[in-house]
Design a protein around this ligand. Structure first.
Ligand SMILES: Cc1cc2nc3c(=O)[nH]c(=O)nc-3n(C[C@H](O)[C@H](O)[C@H](O)COP(=O)(O)OP(=O)(O)OC[C@H]3O[C@@H](n4cnc5c(N)ncnc54)[C@H](O)[C@@H]3O)c2cc1C
Length: 388
């Protein structure tokens, strides 16, 4: 039986980027994905690349690398990424003090600037001037996450990589080492395995008695057909409640809820956000809810109503456009600690998941990971301790 150098589990943007970078180093790589056309977090991503946001020496370095990598990626992969730069517009609620909110971003590599309501409307005419106390704005990268993933996968295949559409059911274990994976059809052997299964990574590893500090939320978003309305920027709230509920879900008392089968860890929140892609279609969002049952299907009619009522306040012309509501799972972990590297006390098994701003951090981290995989060390990956 063939033994691969690496098996990568999951072909969202993290798995696709990592499989490509490993293959680029000359390694024999098998990428296993459970669905032919996954409607995953990558599929529903707004595509924003927050390469202005790094606030530590490490994240600032990665942001700078990300800007460089994504700027050249379409050419490198010989595929479409739709990379561009646009304005990120962070809306400030009327009852909040803009200066206090601006201070929350003060440590960023490029802190956003405050614009008055009048200037904000000049920048983004679809905004409702009656609902905001101004905006923060900064130059933001933008890609089409699904097309970028596809470009990574096609380049991976051209490098001799192998893709199989087979759900990975289990890990193949020999004493204290993982030596491959088991699918419904096959057993595959490898020197190393890396889990890039997004929100499914935690439950997958739990079935193998490996517990990791990874969590997930249920996200709901409206996808529209191409529309004649033009949104110039990526619009999001300046204060993201989503980050607050994620932080609460990671608290020790909530962490125990996280292991219960159908625990409603945090109630649903709705935050008005919008992006228009180059082909004219929009994603309007988003409802976020932390429920531990990954198979739970939310009430999409109710979610759609909530999203439209929030959008009506901030971007009224988009409130009643045609579109349908969809659902996916989004992984998250402690923002200061993406889950990158070896899993503690077990050989041959690694994790690459749980990033905040994954579209900014996954491409450079995948490159560092591949250097680390071939050379045994890397100045970025060496800064992360084993996961456990
Ligand atoms: C509405 C929305 C907007 C967003 N906007 C942004 C943004 O602007 N900027 C940003 O940086 N991030 C954004 N995100 C988050 C970001 O898109 C995701 O976190 C990221 O795409 C996740 O990528 P992933 O590869 O880790 O996981 P996923 O995209 O979830 O991919 C995981 C893959 O693993 C596969 N898989 C799972 N289990 C198995 C198994 N057992 N065997 C084989 N395959 C398996 C799944 O089918 C899936 O294809 C957004 C997310 C949403 C939902």
């Amino acid at each position: 039986m063939k033994t691969y150098d690496w098996i990568v589990v999951g072909a969202g943007i993290t798995g696709a980027a990592l499989a490509y970078e490993l293959a680029k180093q000359g390694l024999h790589v098998l990428l296993l994905e459970k669905e032919k056309n996954p409607h995953s977090a990558t599929y529903y991503s707004y595509g924003g690349v927050a390469y202005w946001s790094g606030s530590t020496p490490l994240t600032r370095q990665l942001c700078q690398e990300s800007k460089h990598i994504l700027g050249n990626l379409s050419q490198e992969l010989d595929g479409e990424t739709e990379y561009r730069e646009l304005n990120l517009v962070l809306t400030i609620p009327q009852d909040r003090d803009p200066e206090t909110i601006r201070q929350n971003y003060a440590n960023c590599l490029n802190p956003p600037d405050y614009l008055t309501v009048e200037k904000a409307i000049e920048l983004e005419p679809l905004l409702n001037c009656n609902e905001i106390a101004g905006v923060l704005t900064v130059a933001h990268g933008h890609i089409h996450a699904q097309k970028t993933t596809r470009a990574y996968l096609q380049a991976f295949l051209r490098l001799g990589g192998t893709i199989a559409i087979e759900p990975v059911l289990n890990l193949l274990r020999q004493n204290e080492r993982i030596i491959g994976v088991i699918t419904a059809k096959n057993t595959y052997q490898s020197e190393n395995t890396v889990i890039c299964a997004g929100a499914f990574s935690r439950s997958f590893l739990e079935t193998n008695n490996i517990s990791i500090p990874l969590y997930f939320s249920h996200a709901q978003v409206i996808k529209t057909p191409p529309l004649n309305i033009r949104l110039r920027s990526l619009v999001m709230p300046a204060v993201l409640q989503r980050l607050e509920i994620e932080a609460q879900a990671r608290q020790p008392e909530k962490e125990s809820d996280g292991t219960l089968p159908n625990s409603n860890v945090m109630a649903a929140i709705t935050e008005p956000g919008a992006i228009q892609f180059l082909d004219g279609n929009f994603y309007l969002g988003q409802v976020s809810q932390i429920i531990t049952d990954a198979s739970m299907i939310p009430d999409l009619t109710q979610s759609e109503t909530e999203i439209r009522s929030q959008i009506a306040k901030i971007l009224p012309q988009l409130a009643n456009v045609p579109g349908t509501c969809h659902h996916c799972l989004v992984a998250f972990s402690d923002p200061s600690r993406p889950l990158v590297g070896k899993i503690e006390n077990l050989g041959g098994i690694h994790l690459f998941s749980g990033f905040t701003s994954p579209l900014a951090y996954a491409p450079p981290l995948a490159r560092h990971f591949a250097t680390w995989a071939t050379q045994g060390n890397d100045q970025v990956i060496d800064q992360f301790s084993a996961i456990g």
